[in-house]
Ligand binder design. Structure first.
Ligand SMILES: Cc1ncc(COP(=O)(O)O)c(C=O)c1O
Length: 278
């Protein structure tokens, strides 16, 4: 239905408590990218907050295919939003007769501008003051909203987050990698960051091209002395970061490893998603 006709109850626990989880899935040439992995992460998020999955994977696949079919253009961003449902306002879970609310929408997928890719994104840093289950893709995004607004206020693209002001976790809506002496460094997928689907693709591409990489805690001082930095997510894909707070990263231009990963990502995407057989 048209978005302006969609309605939810004011007693929905998503509206009242932010009690729910979500997913964002990119669609290229009408094919959902890494759908199985997105559905697995959705299950992980639902399990993490104890909301029953309203559909089987096969049911999800046919619903999403229908959503893609009924929308345009060919490249879309699918949004899945599941809350614990509608109940009288009480923090404890409602009884099991309450079923989850499901909201889906499709938006046109817009790739990052050529200008941004040429210059690189400028970012700021902030203390990561979110909760300790950042592996759950929760709709309670107030900390991310406030942290991202710090970047918007400074006319920057993203805020890089550091736990205890000491080690890198991720961005407000992206995962972060750095490059030092030709080695790609990535923070570990644990409870302090969202296990990004794009993060996994970047590591797979690095592995397949023999780009050396390490997964480990990365200190803030290491990030500032990085040769190259990148941010990645399903909708932004791979974007170089060339300025952090008031410091330039490397020589201030997108570097060779990040540019290579970005192009590899584009070829992988085009080969797997835009071929006529898929
Ligand atoms: C906090 C956070 N980290 C990382 C990501 C990147 O995840 P993905 O690559 O699955 O889009 C996102 C995506 O929106 C996010 O919100």
């Amino acid at each position: 239905m048209p978005i302006e006709h969609a309605q939810i109850s004011v007693l929905d626990r998503g509206f009242i408590f932010g009690d729910g989880v979500y997913e964002v899935i990119p669609v290229y040439s009408r094919h959902a990218f890494r759908l199985q992995e997105h559905l697995e992460r959705l299950q992980h998020s639902l399990d993490g907050v104890r909301i029953p999955n309203p559909y089987t994977n096969n049911a999800w696949i046919s619903i999403l295919q229908e959503l893609i079919k009924r929308n345009s253009p060919d490249d879309q961003s699918l949004y899945i939003h599941i809350t614990r449902g509608i109940a009288q306002r009480d923090l404890a879970f409602p009884d099991s007769s309450v079923s989850p609310t499901v909201f889906l929408m499709s938006c046109p997928l817009t790739s990052p501008s050529q200008e941004l890719l040429k210059i690189g994104a400028h970012a700021i840093t902030a203390i990561d003051n979110r909760w300790l289950r950042c592996d759950i893709k929760s709709i309670s995004l107030l900390p991310n909203v406030l942290l991202r607004q710090l970047a918007a206020d400074a006319d920057r693209t993203e805020t890089l987050l550091f736990r205890e002001d000491t080690f890198l976790t991720e961005g407000t809506a992206s995962n972060i990698f750095m490059v030092k002496n030709d080695v790609l460094l990535a923070p570990p997928k644990d409870h302090l960051m969202l296990p990004g689907i794009t993060y996994d693709v970047v590591l797979e591409l690095a592995r397949s091209q023999n780009i050396p990489y390490q997964i480990r805690r990365i200190r803030k001082d290491e990030v500032f002395s990085a040769d190259e930095l990148l941010m990645c997510s399903s909708t932004k894909e791979v974007i170089p970061i060339t300025k952090l707070d008031n410091q330039t990263i490397g020589n201030g231009f997108p570097g060779p490893v990040v540019n290579k990963l970005r192009l590899l990502y584009q070829s992988y995407k085009n080969e797997t998603m835009r071929s006529s057989e898929c």
